[in-house]
Ligand binder design. Structure first.
Ligand code: 0RA
Length: 641
């Protein structure tokens, strides 16, 4: 046995065995560490590694991070930080870089200094990524040298070795996710692009380069924002109409807590408030977000009173009135973040509220005082929103009264089902009267209701609540579902367990679907959150050969089918469906509605930013981006949400 192996053998003491057991635990229950073994978990591996480089940037040592999706779907992450430490860990007697990659929860235990502010949803570190990869290679440039180490499924297979010299410093990691763990090993460029861009917005000045080496033409994008959140708000608002030019912005530190805020008001009717704690998107908000809301409501009302936009007799503007059309982002960095709630996506540090509140009051107040013209435009919008909300409240009241007066007043166009237990019922929202007619004939009358929708439904992104409430198509849906709308929405009254959107598999169909989803997302949020909304998948092709009929739902399925059928004699008759209306009622039932054969896609709101981005790209005030989006995405058979 070589000298080196002996040393390794000696260090295989109790603590080493614990190490291996630790990583074994990760492989046994990967979901506990990275959330899932699906696509999300697969992408999470990248964020874990990039987070470590972001930490090095936050500590002030790293300016550039490169992320490469390599041809074989392995991932390379490289930074120009100090390089991971290579000195021996005093107790474990192995190099620090090896500890980082083989000991669970070793992150941040070395060297002291600086605090770990970054971190993915789980913040589990490089050792978990290592455990879930068939192979991982790490290179460190430090002390004038280049070191390398390699691991397989978490176990060290190459001791730390000097492989060259360099005057630079930095760290490079390559990993190959394990097919025994993950259901799918293919990385999605747009998912990585989205998260890396977000990370760059949140880390002012960092330059993150994403390269995709798969495919014939390598793709490359650089995310570099000196303006931080200010540029993030501009990015989100690029397809909205802002009502003032300058973005309200500040970045300050108080009591060791860094607070960065950016906001801009737009003509949109919805609000978009993002919040982050240590670069983690706190989708359920928390004390940073409530601090900002409190400050904003107070500052705007104070200003409106001081400037007599609000008279003495007038009520204060509500937070909702003020936030209509607002895009805002708050990001805090704190030493001991407490993440609460079921999804650990709510910031629970109470001390943050007062700090965000006081800093935001000071800065937003100063902005209004220094920019009276912009301030007036903003206050004016808030007052208009307040009046519109009052009018909408009255309209809602009228709808509610008319509903309760005649409880049987279901819309005339609705073909309801006979079953009374909502958990067994479904409603199909069908594009067009002819497809609606076929769906009525083909359905299971007992459990399936049909509501035909005529043409385009109202674009809720561009319409006031009052206008929305006076649209017939929308009123029909509200009455059919039975839950009301907006703040008064009551999911316990839902009359159907599944709401199935059934549109043509073309651009118009996906537009109508997007309009419906926008409406549900804005006004009936729990419907989507609780998974009641589905999209039907009508077939793209019907293929007949030798008296057999086949239906396929994607281009790829059709290609496969034709390949399989090519062995058989005879000619295949192929029909491409342009719309639901081309199918007979029995075909519609068989391919799209029959519980046993159909595929329904459940709609979830996985990422509010991405959804809003798509909704506003599709629905926003400016037309050209929308056209471009539809053209780019029309070729994908999948849902564009
Ligand atoms: C010096 C000391 C510490 C970490 C690093 C450098 C470092 C780690 C990584 C991970 C990816 N890139 C990196 N670049 C530098 C230890 C700091 C601590 O544990 O608090």
């Amino acid at each position: 046995m070589s000298e080196e192996k002996k040393v390794n053998a000696n260090s295989y003491d109790a603590s080493q065995i614990q190490v291996l057991e630790g990583l074994e635990a990760v492989r046994k229950r990967p979901g506990m560490y990275i959330g899932s073994t699906g696509t999300r978990g697969l992408h999470h591996l990248v964020y874990e590694i990039v987070d470590n480089s972001i930490d090095e940037a936050l500590a002030g040592y790293c300016k550039n991070i490169n992320v490469v999706i390599q041809e074989d779907n392995s991932i390379l992450v490289e930074d120009d930080g100090r390089g991971m430490p290579v000195d021996k860990h005093p107790k474990l007697n192995i190099p620090a870089v090896e500890v980082i990659h083989t000991v669970l929860h070793a992150g941040g235990k070395f060297g002291g200094g600086g605090y770990k502010v970054s971190g993915g949803l789980h913040g589990v570190g490089a050792s978990v990524v290592n455990a879930l990869s068939t192979r991982m290679e790490v290179e460190v440039k430090r002390n004038g040298k280049i070191y390398k180490q390699a691991y397989e499924r978490g176990k060290t297979v190459m001791p730390l070795t000097e492989i060259g010299e360099s005057s630079k410093t930095g760290s490079k990691t390559i990993f190959w996710p394990d097919g025994e763990i993950f259901e799918d090993l293919v990385y999605d460029y747009f998912t990585l692009e989205h998260r890396l861009r977000e990370m760059a917005f949140l880390t002012k000045g960092i330059k993150i380069t994403l390269i995709d080496e798969r495919g014939e033409k390598p793709k490359k994008e650089v995310f570099h924002y000196e303006g931080g959140l200010k540029e993030f708000v501009r990015h989100i608002n690029k397809n909205k109409d802002a009502i003032h030019d300058e973005i309200i912005y500040f970045d300050t530190t108080k009591n060791g807590i860094e607070v960065e805020v950016a906001m801009q008001f737009t003509k949109s009717y919805s609000e978009m408030m993002l919040s982050y704690a240590n670069n983690i998107n706190t989708v359920d908000g928390g004390y940073h977000l409530s601090g900002l809301k409190t400050a904003l409501t107070k500052v705007i009302n104070d200003y409106a009173r001081k400037n007599k936009n609000l008279k003495e007799k007038d009520d204060n503007l509500t937070g909702e009135d003020i936030r209509e059309g607002l895009t805002s982002i708050v990001s805090v960095k704190i030493t001991n973040p407490q993440f609460e709630g079921q999804t650990k996506a709510k910031l629970g540090n109470a001390e943050v509220k007062g700090i965000v509140d006081s800093t935001a009051r000071e800065f937003i107040g100063a902005f209004l005082d220094e920019n009276p013209a912009q301030a007036n435009i903003i206050i004016d919008k808030c007052i208009k929103a307040s009046r519109a909300r009052e009018a909408a409240r009255k309209a809602r009241e009228t709808i509610r009264k008319s509903n309760s007066l005649e409880t049987t007043s279901l819309p005339g166009k609705l073909a309801d089902c006979s079953e009374k237990d909502p958990s067994l019922c479904e409603i199909f929202l069908v594009e067009g009267d002819s497809a609606g007619g076929n769906a009525k004939l083909g359905r299971d009358r007992n459990r399936q209701a049909i509501l035909p929708l005529r043409g385009k439904i109202l674009n809720v992104e561009k319409s006031s609540e009052l206008k929305i409430l006076s649209s017939d198509e929308i009123k029909n849906m509200i009455t059919a579902f039975g839950c009301g709308i907006g703040d008064e929405f009551d999911i316990s009254k839902l009359r159907y367990n599944k709401i199935v959107i059934m549109t043509d598999a073309d651009v118009d169909g996906s537009h109508i679907r997007a309009l419906l989803l926008t409406f549900f997302y804005r006004y009936m949020t729990p419907l989507i959150e609780q998974g009641h909304v589905y999209a039907a998948q009508p077939p793209l092709y019907q293929t007949k050969k030798q008296k057999q009929t086949y239906y396929t739902y994607t281009e790829r399925e059709q290609e496969k089918l034709l390949e399989e059928l090519s062995d058989k004699p005879g000619k295949a008759e192929i029909k491409r469906y342009k719309g639901l209306g081309e199918m007979n009622y029995d075909q519609l039932w068989e391919t799209t509605m029959d519980y046993n054969n159909r595929t329904l896609i459940q709609i979830t709101v996985e990422d509010a930013t991405a959804a809003d981005e798509i909704f506003t790209t599709l629905m926003g005030d400016k037309v050209p981006p929308r056209k471009k989006f539809i053209e780019e995405n029309a070729k994908y058979a999948r849902l564009d949400v």
